[in-house]
Design a protein around this ligand. Structure first.
Ligand code: C2E
Ligand code: CA
Ligand code: CA
Length: 345
C-alpha cells in the first residue's frame, strides 16, 4: 500500500526484485512466478485497500503482467465479471451465445479448407462481449467443460446446416487447457459426433501451445486420443509460446497456425519474413500444414503463397460471420491470386 506517488516506483521495484531472484534449493535454482497488485492508501478502510490490491493482482495475472496499480476501472471490471458469470449458465441455454464462422482457404487454389468457429455473447445488459473478455472468466470455473461442449455441439449442428446448403468443409473449435485434463472429454466428443452423424475427419480442434504447456503430459495424452479418432489438431498462435521448438515434434498436431503478430508486418520486415519462412519449412518437415492468421492485405497473401504457406485466414478473405452470411460469401469468394491471373491473362 502506498501513500504517495514518489515512493511508489521505487518500492514496487524493490518488491518485484525479490521475485526476480531465484532461490537455490539443494543445489537447484527455483524460480517464482508472482503477480503483484498495488493499491494506494486512502482513508482508514484497510479491508477496502486489501480488496483493491487483490483486484489489481488478479488484473495483472489476467493480462500476463508482473504487477498492476489499482484503478477504478478494475472495480467496474470486477462488477462486470460477476454479472457475466451470473448470466453464463442461462446464456448457454439461450440465443445470447452464438458461433460465428471465419473461412480458411488454400493459398494456391483459393478453395475453402475449413471454418473456425468463434464464440460471441450478446449480453442483455452489457451488449456485445468479446470472447477475449468472457472466456478467461469461464476458464476459472468448471463451466468451461459445459462451454466447450456447447461450442462443439453448436459447430456440429452448423456443419450439418452448411452441408445441406452444399458447403462441405471442416469446422474448427477452440479448446481450453481444462478440456485436455478431462479424461471424459474424448468420450463426450465421440458422443456428439454420433449424435449429429458427423465423420470425425470434419472436426478440428485449435489449442494454443501455452494451454498445452500447462500440463503437457496429460494434454498430449488426450490430444493423442483425439487425433486417433481421427480429429485434426491445430497449434494456435504459433510462435507466441515459450517452447515451440522443444515440444513441436511431440505434439500429435496436423497443423500450425502462425500468429497474426508475425503476419502483420511481414511485407516490410525481412526478419519476420525469415522467421515465418523457417516456421513453414520446420512444420512441413514434421509433416504438418501451415495456416497464416490475420491476413489482411493482398501483399501479405501473395508473399505467404510464395513462401509456401498452405492456407490463410483473415479479414482479406472474410471476417467471422454468422451462419446466414456463409452461403453468400461462398458464392462470391474469389482468391486474390486468381484475380491477378485473370488480369495477367
Ligand atoms: P483466436 O483463436 O486466435 O482467433 C482469431 C481471432 O482473430 C478472432 O478474434 C478473429 O476474429 C480475429 N481475426 C481473424 N482475422 C483477423 C484479421 O485479419 N485481423 C485481425 N485484427 N483480427 C483477426 P475473436 O473472435 O475476438 O476471438 C478471440 C479469441 O477468443 C480467439 O483467438 C480464441 O482464443 C478465443 N475464442 C473465441 N471463441 C472461442 C471458443 O469458443 N472457445 C475457446 N476456448 N476460445 C475461444
Ligand atoms: Ca483459434
Ligand atoms: Ca489464433
Amino acid at each position: 500500500f502506498f501513500s504517495s506517488d514518489e515512493n511508489l516506483t521505487k518500492q514496487t521495484r524493490t518488491v518485484e526484485c525479490i521475485f526476480e531472484r531465484s532461490i537455490i534449493y539443494e543445489g537447484l535454482p527455483i524460480h517464482f512466478d508472482a503477480h503483484i497488485g498495488y493499491a494506494r492508501l486512502s482513508g482508514d478502510d484497510r479491508r477496502e485497500v486489501v480488496n483493491r490490491a487483490e483486484s489489481a493482482s488478479e488484473y495483472a495475472r489476467e493480462m500476463g503482467m508482473r504487477s498492476a496499480l489499482y484503478t477504478s476501472a478494475m472495480a467496474l471490471d470486477k462488477r462486470q465479471n460477476l454479472i457475466l458469470m451470473g448470466g453464463l449458465l442461462d446464456a448457454l441455454h439461450s440465443a445470447e451465445l452464438t458461433l460465428h464462422f471465419q473461412p480458411k482457404i488454400n493459398l494456391k487454389t483459393g478453395q475453402l479448407v475449413g471454418f473456425e468457429a468463434l464464440s460471441r455473447w450478446q449480453h442483455p445488459t452489457l451488449g456485445n462481449v468479446p470472447p477475449d473478455r468472457f472466456i478467461p472468466l469461464i476458464e476459472r470455473t468448471a463451466l468451461i467443460h459445459a462451454f466447450s461442449l456447447w461450442a462443439i455441439e453448436t459447430a456440429l449442428i452448423k456443419f450439418n446446416s452448411f452441408r445441406k446448403q452444399g458447403v462441405l468443409t471442416v469446422v474448427a473449435v477452440n479448446l481450453s487447457s481444462h478440456n485436455l485434463i478431462n479424461d471424459e472429454f474424448p468420450k463426450q466428443v465421440i458422443h456428439l459426433l454420433d449424435k449429429y452423424n458427423v465423420d470425425s475427419c470434419y472436426l478440428e480442434f485449435e489449442i494454443t501451445e501455452s494451454e498445452i504447456m500447462r500440463n503437457p503430459e496429460k494434454a498430449i495424452e488426450v490430444l493423442k486420443e483425439l487425433s486417433g479418432m481421427p480429429i485434426s489438431i491445430s497449434i494456435d498462435d504459433f510462435g507466441t509460446g515459450y517452447s515451440s521448438l522443444a515440444y513441436l515434434h511431440k505434439l500429435p498436431a496436423t497443423q500450425i497456425k502462425i500468429d497474426r503478430s508475425f503476419i502483420q508486418d511481414i511485407n516490410h520486415d525481412s526478419g519476420l519474413r525469415k522467421i515465418v519462412s523457417a516456421a513453414i519449412v520446420l512444420a512441413h518437415s514434421l509433416g504438418m500444414k501451415v495456416v497464416a492468421e490475420g491476413v489482411e492485405t493482398e501483399d501479405q497473401y501473395r508473399l505467404l503463397e510464395r513462401l509456401g504457406c498452405d492456407s490463410a485466414q483473415g479479414y482479406l478473405i472474410a471476417r467471422p460471420m454468422p451462419e446466414d452470411q456463409i452461403l453468400k460469401w461462398f458464392e462470391q469468394w474469389v482468391a486474390p491470386s486468381l484475380t491477378a491471373d485473370l488480369y495477367e491473362a
